[in-house]
Ligand binder design. Structure first.
Ligand code: EPS
Length: 401
């Protein structure tokens, strides 16, 4: 674990966001435009606030790439916050003369109260700036690098909205998602009628000064058998995925495969029966040599309630992860709170905010899943150069029984 690592820095209204990514192999084709497409997807979604009209997220690659190829050294990214222009006093790096009004009325459900208490601050501003989901732009940029790497292994990661507020799409099976429709839907929902109902619910919430949560699902296809391990708790792939998805702002629940529903089934109903079926995994066309990199698996699971992971190890079925997103904590009709200066009852702080972030959440979930899978692939396969990693994969495939 930890072959592919990253850190982000940056406040929501500061100069910008940075990310430093370590552990990516050399010779991976990578261009800013590829990352920027993912950043654009994250900015969309019905229910975002006015901030997204100000920003046009673009990542500048500051290090680690030469002539369109990674060079194996840390990749440094910078995303400008356009809105910083309007926040230079509140977010000034240097001390300033002028008195800036502190934020002192914590929003229930946000990091505000626990944050100021923990860090010994009187002003909530530094807490809210870093707790803001603006930080996820940096994660999506990192996730794009992981996604680009996974493409070389034919691993594809997608997401869609399962629920917003009371409207939930109970989809029969993974193959019934129309991904083109999802990408075209303002709420990233593959069911047209429900998508409209979700949008109407967002309008309603907005009109009453409220916010809405929901559920997004992330699906990874083409994941080879054998990522993660049963041998130690912190190597289990499901645990690593759950942590990564749970770390996304506003996520309060993570489910893998049939998850909570499995708790109510008998063993004979819950598990995915193994049946004989020959499938071919292929790495052809990667410059590894004529006819090389093909391997047949002689079985598959009849169902996929396990969500592609058994015993903490990927089992070559689709990895399916759902996340429950709470309604965001900044309400235009604020909840009761106290003023930290006086201890008196008041209303929570309100600043411009989003109404619903579930569609964006799915894109962020894709990024986090890509990061975990890239890390697990690098751990399994090693290599310092893409060709070496692919050759190791070919060798691994040819040794699977
Ligand atoms: C956020 C509040 C809003 C969101 C922001 C997250 O920002 P602002 O107060 O500037 O309008 O738009 O999300 C983003 C900026 C983003 O890029 O996702 C919050 O309080 O968490």
């Amino acid at each position: 674990m930890g072959q592919f690592r990253f850190l982000t820095g940056g406040e929501s209204h500061g100069k910008g966001l940075i990310a430093i990514v370590e552990g990516m192999v050399a010779a991976l084709p990578l261009e800013e435009e590829y990352i920027n497409q993912e950043l654009k997807r994250r900015q969309q979604g019905y229910g975002r606030g006015p901030r997204m009209k100000i920003e046009e997220d673009k990542a500048e690659i500051m290090a680690g790439v030469r002539y369109g190829l990674t060079i194996g050294s840390p990749i440094a990214l910078f995303i400008t916050n356009r809105d910083w222009q309007n926040w230079q006093e509140q977010l000034s790096v240097s001390p300033i003369e002028k008195e800036v009004e502190p934020v002192t009325c914590p929003r229930p459900g946000h990091a505000d109260l626990a944050g100021v208490s923990k860090y010994g601050l009187k002003d909530i501003r530094p807490i809210m700036e870093r707790a803001s989901a603006r930080e996820t732009a940096a994660r999506v940029a990192v996730g794009a690098i992981a996604r680009r790497f996974l493409e070389e292994f034919d691993i594809v990661i997608r997401s869609h909205t399962v629920a917003i507020g009371p409207h939930r799409w109970e989809r029969p099976k993974a193959s019934s998602v129309n991904w083109g429709q999802v990408e075209a839907s303002p709420v990233r929902c593959g069911h047209a009628e429900l998508g409209k109902a979700m949008m109407a619910a967002i309008d309603e919430a907005k009109a009453s000064g409220d916010t809405l949560g929901g559920i997004f699902e992330v699906i990874a296809t083409g994941v080879p058998i054998g990522l993660g391990s049963h041998v130690s708790w912190d190597r289990r792939l499901d645990g690593r995925i759950a942590r990564a998805i749970m770390s996304i702002n506003a996520v309060k629940g993570v489910e893998i495969g049939a998850g909570f529903a499995l708790a109510g089934l008998k063993g004979s109903q819950a598990h995915d029966v193994i049946k004989p079926l020959t499938r071919t995994l292929s790495l052809e066309g990667r410059g590894l040599g004529e006819g090389e990199g093909k391997q047949s698996l002689r079985w598959r699971h009849a169902t996929n309630r396990a969500g592609g992971i058994e015993g903490g190890i990927s089992n070559s079925e689709d990895i399916i992860v759902k996340a429950a997103v709470k309604p965001i904590a900044t309400l235009a009709s604020p909840l009761p709170s106290i003023d930290l200066r006086s201890g008196e009852k008041t209303k929570a702080h309100y600043e411009r905010s989003d109404i619903c972030v579930v569609p964006a959440g799915g894109v962020i979930g894709e990024a986090m899943l890509a990061i975990v899978l890239a890390d697990a692939c690098l751990e399994k396969l090693g290599g310092d150069n893409l060709k070496e990693t692919l050759a190791n994969y070919r060798n691994y495939l040819s040794n699977i029984s």
